[in-house]
Design a protein around this ligand. Structure first.
Ligand code: GDP
Ligand code: MG
Length: 308
């Protein structure tokens, strides 16, 4: 079990009956890794969208059920298109996350295996048990094609099990938890039973704004925009947050702000509603937009914006 990922003060001493272990969720962009993490945890902690490159950080999500604590790690999809500083940092995050876990969930779209999937599979340690998660089964209309496809997948890697499923089906997700459980060692839990993530509230706030930015702007807004939190204050049952959306060009700024500011307003409203649901409290969210050209190509800036 990875010592650097274990909270301070926790030992591996077994507690009779308790199981706990680390499960990495990996795969190329857009196969549904973050959707799966949220379904497994039972709360939205990892943002999702139809656009590739939505997830930029390693995100840990916990789920405790019966005697077992599952500690899931969501990763950015492995990026191969551009070799810029942001993508190099994302790839380092993926490789780091799959070292030394108890189980790997290798996620693909059911019925499909592309060179991009193969590049991720090649990174995996063959000694770690790996499940093939054939996700988005609800999109497959010819179910008869799945059995022969699984046969071909068997030849590619010694998968411990094949799990055709949909991350959007609660029944499938429950069944997957049961399969994962068998691979986790008997040892004391690392977290309290009701903890959902190891990420800070500040981080979750920036992520929810980024999700709305990705979802509410068209494909013309490149993925090189990010969100920084300028202020995060708690006053009783109210959280006051000020955040800046950083874009690359003046033209992008207009797209984020929209006609009479309506786009920015909508991003703010939807992000605020998500945060109020997550924390069960009132949120006051103020948003700004700034232009910083070239940040995704600049190593120092990528680090200063919170990427490892
Ligand atoms: P990631 O890049 O691998 O983390 O993928 P996301 O979780 O962000 O999901 C990418 C897109 O696939 C989103 O639009 C999801 O709603 C969609 N998606 C995820 N799982 C499923 C599924 O089981 N069925 C269908 N139809 N869509 C899914
Ligand atoms: Mg993701």
């Amino acid at each position: 079990m990875r010592r650097d990922m274990r909270p301070a003060g926790v030992t591996d001493a077994p507690v009779p009956g308790q199981r706990c272990g680390l499960i990495a969720i990996v795969g190329k962009p857009n196969v549904g890794k973050s959707t799966l993490l949220n379904a497994l945890v039972g709360q939205k902690i990892s943002i999702t969208s139809r656009k590739a490159q939505t997830t930029r950080h390693r995100i840990t999500g916990m789920h405790t059920q019966g005697a077992t604590q599952f500690v899931f790690v969501d990763t950015p999809g492995f990026q191969t298109l551009h070799g810029n500083a942001l993508n190099k940092s994302l790839n380092k995050t993926v490789v780091g996350a799959v070292a030394d876990v108890d189980l790997i969930l290798f996620v693909v779209e059911a019925g499909s295996f592309t060179p991009a999937d193969a590049r991720v599979l090649a990174l995996l340690d063959k000694k770690i048990p790996t499940l093939l998660i054939a996700n988005k089964l609800d999109n497959v209309h010819r179910r008869g094609d799945i059995a022969p496809w699984l046969q071909t997948m068997q030849e590619r890697h010694a998968f411990a099990e094949f799990v055709p499923m949909s991350a959007k089906s609660a029944k499938d997700v429950e069944r997957l938890l049961g399969i994962c459980e068998k691979f986790l060692p008997e040892q004391a839990w690392w977290y309290a039973a009701d903890e959902l993530t190891d990420r800070s509230e500040r981080f979750m706030a920036a992520e929810m704004v980024r999700e709305k930015l990705f979802r509410l702007t068209g494909d013309e807004l490149p993925y090189t925009s990010t969100v920084i939190i300028d202020k995060f204050e708690q006053e009783g049952q109210l959280r006051r947050i000020a955040a800046t959306i950083v874009v690359e060009r003046d033209g992008h700024k207009g797209m984020v702000i929209g006609d009479k500011g309506e786009k920015l307003k909508r991003i703010g409203t939807e992000a605020r509603q998500e945060l109020e649901k997550l924390w069960d409290c009132k949120v006051f969210l103020e948003l700004w937009v700034k232009v910083r050209s070239g940040w995704a190509d600049d190593d120092a800036r990528v680090r200063s914006f919170g990427y490892e």
